[in-house]
Design a protein around this ligand. Structure first.
Ligand code: ADP
Ligand code: MG
Length: 242
């Protein structure tokens, strides 16, 4: 059974139909890269999966709950799907440790001591346990993004959605973040990530989704998609970014 399933999902902003019938099934533990030109609907797709945007028609299932079911269930579900953005958005007035502790304490009412243990464990996973008492502004962009990943992991999500999480970083900081994602993938985390890092997609992802004009234009294992794109649109896109 897929962990995430989209069936003929449509989404409009005004007259602009941004998702024009997207169907996609993500198996547990699968790592999927979403590629495509700016404006093709990649971020909207992730935001719909996380319930940040309401869909106009079709269906989205995460685990066994359907988005659009009653509000309580939806809220519980949102807590189960982590999302990480290009901008890390750490709270500047909270230490690194407190940033990671916050969601479990607020959303899950986790006791402070337990949340602190959880935060330490998650910061260890991203290699930043020693920064527990540091302030976000003392960290590099790569380190801040790794804290953002730890913060998402602290909610023990079923899946992580990553939207261009290395795009705001200086080039020399990209790899430390991708290494963390690579380890999560190896640990069996289900990942849906919008990325421009083609080499990473090729090496780490099980399947690549090429979005074009609000549709899944091509989908398949990276070795197939990159070596033998079936459509002129993907050929052109790869030519532009490789
Ligand atoms: P991508 O992430 O692939 O660049 P997006 O999903 O961000 O694409 O955007 C797809 C289209 O939807 C674009 O035309 C964008 O302008 C439009 N769009 C995205 N979010 C909104 C919004 N909140 N309101 C209106 N239009 C939006
Ligand atoms: Mg986007």
């Amino acid at each position: 059974m897929p962990l995430i399933a989209l069936e003929d999902v449509r989404k409009k902003f005004g007259d602009n139909e941004v998702l024009k019938g997207v169907t996609l099934r993500v198996e547990p533990g699968e790592v999927i890269a979403i590629i495509g030109k700016s404006g093709s609907g990649k971020s909207t797709l992730l935001r719909c999966v996380n319930g940040l945007e309401q869909i106009d028609s079709g269906a989205i299932m995460v685990a066994d709950a359907q988005l659009g079911d009653d509000e309580l269930r939806l809220r519980a579900l949102r807590l189960k799907v982590g999302m990480i953005f290009q901008q890390f958005n750490l709270f500047p007035h909270l230490t690194v440790g407190r940033n990671v502790m916050l969601s479990p304490m607020v959303a899950k009412r986790m006791p402070e001591a337990e949340a602190a243990d959880m935060a330490r464990a998650m910061l260890t996973r991203v290699g930043l346990a020693h920064k527990f008492d540091a302030w976000p502004e003392e960290l590099s962009g790569g380190q801040q993004q790794r804290v953002a990943i730890a913060r998402a992991l602290a909610m023990q999500p079923l899946a992580l959605l990553c939207d261009e999480i290395t795009s705001a970083l200086d080039p020399e900081l990209v790899n430390e973040v991708l290494s963390v994602v690579r380890e999560l993938a190896a640990d069996g985390m289900t990942l849906l990530m919008v990325t421009h890092e083609m080499r990473f997609a090729r090496e780490v992802c099980d399947r690549v989704v090429f979005m074009h004009q609000g549709r899944v234009h091509e989908i398949g294992p990276p070795e197939e998609l990159f070596a033998a794109p079936a459509t002129p649109e993907l050929r052109q896109f790869l030519g532009m970014t490789n």
